[in-house]
Design a binder for this molecule. Structure first.
Ligand code: ATP
Ligand code: MG
Length: 499
């Protein structure tokens, strides 16, 4: 509540002290701004460190998870390899079919070597052999696979990579040759790139067959590979890691939350500290002037010329009185504002809206002398009965009107209008002042909050006026809102319920 206008001190008495207090105030401001800058820098460093730590944590976590993923995948593939490797080695029926294929294979190789069978025919014959046995093989394999209870689908195949014939003169690479790089022996023919190796083998063998009573021996080398394809392996491996993944994500969310909460709290505390420093500055500033005036006035009372003139004596006493009053009011103001809306004890009385507002506006207009003030009224004369604590409500509205003058231009123009809307009574006070930036719209109602226009306030105040107004409106179960834009004036809308 701007109380400065309650006292009009003789300029000659206070000027030097005002300069002194202004200098002190400015020193305060510089120190405060330095402090605030250091604090802000500390918060910035903390935010950067927190983000860097988080990034490091996420990187390490990702690396560890990826490593675990690879280990789990290898373990999974190994388990599966062992399980299906046994089927191939230990199932009698499968071993028999395998032998049958091998016999035919060696026979055809022998024919290739000694009977001029072409490579194409050899491969075609092998393909026919596979086609005729593969269904049985696959069926047997599927049955055996079922018995292992692996719980997921597997495709399996046996390939031949290389076939080399040994000859006394030169070695003959029968396979691979142009285009064909694998011979499918058994199983389902999926893409090479989609599968995983189960086992590789290299075997060298002899095959002897009689022809016209003569034994003809064949020596050869075969490289084989068994491969498997598990379409769902990623889902299975990730499923096995689900607890770890969920734990990591939860932990990360927790750490981010913790950082966020700590930094938010720190910023909040910084704001509270700033507001408190501002308040101490403001109250020091407000107390300085009356104290300095009191000191000069009491000293001048001792002067002979003042004692000799009853008029001068009377006027100095008046100054003492007014300054004393001002100090008392300042202290009262701080005391009153330590109460929240729930602590305010209202003494409500019934008033007729337009009469109450007329008196209020007249009183206010009378009290303003410093500026050219015009108040335009658009008050409905519908005779609405309001139940309010007139003393507090008047102070609350005065605070808004004082602000309109304090933060207004040389020619202050205020419009007060009222409206009755669904059992709610609205009082709308619009000014043509400097306006309030959107970011400050919520905070102007906070205790001790003042918008820092530049470094030093040129308008005095404690930042308590709107806080008090809001407490009073809240105590009346009402609401208060501001619509404003910088440079465009401000509009305060107070809504209170009516019966
Ligand atoms: P006090 O009212 O305690 O003497 P104050 O006027 O600074 O001090 P409030 O009335 O609570 O405190 O206002 C808070 C801040 O909101 C002010 O410092 C001012 O910056 C801004 N403000 C309030 N009313 C207006 C307005 N009508 N136009 C522009 N700014 C305003
Ligand atoms: Mg104010």
């Amino acid at each position: 509540m701007g109380l400065s206008k309650l006292v009009n001190v003789n300029g000659g008495l206070t000027a030097p002290n005002c300069w002194a207090s202004r200098r002190l105030y400015n020193t305060f401001e510089v120190l405060k701004n330095n402090d605030q800058a250091i604090m802000q820098q500390k918060i910035n460093i903390l935010i950067v460190t927190a983000i860097a730590t988080l990034l490091a944590l996420v990187s390490i976590q990702t690396y560890l998870i990826y490593n675990t993923y690879e280990l789990k995948r290898d373990a999974f593939l190994n388990e599966t390899r062992t399980a299906i490797g046994r089927i191939d080695d230990e199932t009698e029926a499968i071993v028999e079919i395998d032998d049958l294929w091998d016999q035919r294979f060696m026979q055809l190789l022998w024919e290739y070597r000694f009977k001029n069978l072409s490579k194409e025919t050899l491969l075609n014959e092998l393909k026919k052999q596979t086609d005729s046995l593969n269904d049985t093989y696959n069926k047997l394999y599927a049955e055996e696979l079922k018995k292992t209870n692996l719980g997921f689908d597997i495709k399996f195949k046996k390939n031949i990579h290389t076939v080399i014939l040994f000859d006394t003169i030169r070695h003959d690479t029968v396979f691979p040759f142009k285009g064909h790089d694998r011979i499918l022996k058994f199983g389902e023919d999926f893409q090479e790139s989609e599968g995983y190796n189960v086992s590789k083998a290299l075997w060298q063998s002899d095959y002897i067959q009689q022809e016209n009573g003569e034994e003809k021996a064949l020596e050869f080398l075969v490289r084989t590979e068994d491969r498997m394809n598990i379409s769902e392996w990623k889902r299975i491996v990730l499923g096995r890691m689900s607890a770890l993944l969920a734990g990591s994500i939860l932990l990360l969310i927790f750490v981010v939350g913790l950082f966020y909460y700590s930094i938010k709290n720190l910023i909040k505390q910084k704001k509270v500290a700033d507001v408190k420093t501002d308040f101490i500055n403001n109250i020091t500033h407000e107390l300085k002037t009356p104290l300095a005036t009191l000191s000069i006035a009491s000293k001048s009372l001792k002067k002979k010329e003042i004692l000799a003139s009853p008029i001068a004596f009377e006027s100095t006493l008046g100054i003492l009185d007014r300054q004393n009053d001002r100090l008392q009011k300042l202290i009262d103001q701080v005391m009153t504002n330590s109460l929240g809306s729930e602590d305010l004890v209202l003494h409500k009385e019934q008033v007729v809206d337009h009469i109450y507002l007329k008196h209020l506006i007249d009183d206010f207009t009378l009290s303003v002398q410093s500026k050219d003030l015009t108040i335009e009224r658009a008050i409905e004369t519908a005779e609405v009965m309001l139940r309010i604590d007139t003393f507090m409500f008047t102070t609350a509205l005065f605070n808004i009107l004082e602000n309109a003058v304090k933060y207004g231009k040389e020619k202050v123009m205020v419009t007060i209008s009222t409206r009755l809307k669904n059992n709610h009574y609205e009082i709308i006070i619009a000014d043509n002042g400097i306006g309030i930036a959107p970011k400050d719209l919520d905070t102007v109602f906070d205790k001790f909050y003042r918008i820092s226009s530049g470094n030093v306030h040129n308008v005095k105040g404690l930042g308590l006026g709107l806080y008090y107004t809001k407490q009073v409106v809240d105590a009346h179960q009402g609401t208060i809102e501001i619509e404003s834009e910088l440079g465009q004036g401000s509009t305060f809308i107070i809504t209170i319920p009516v019966n």
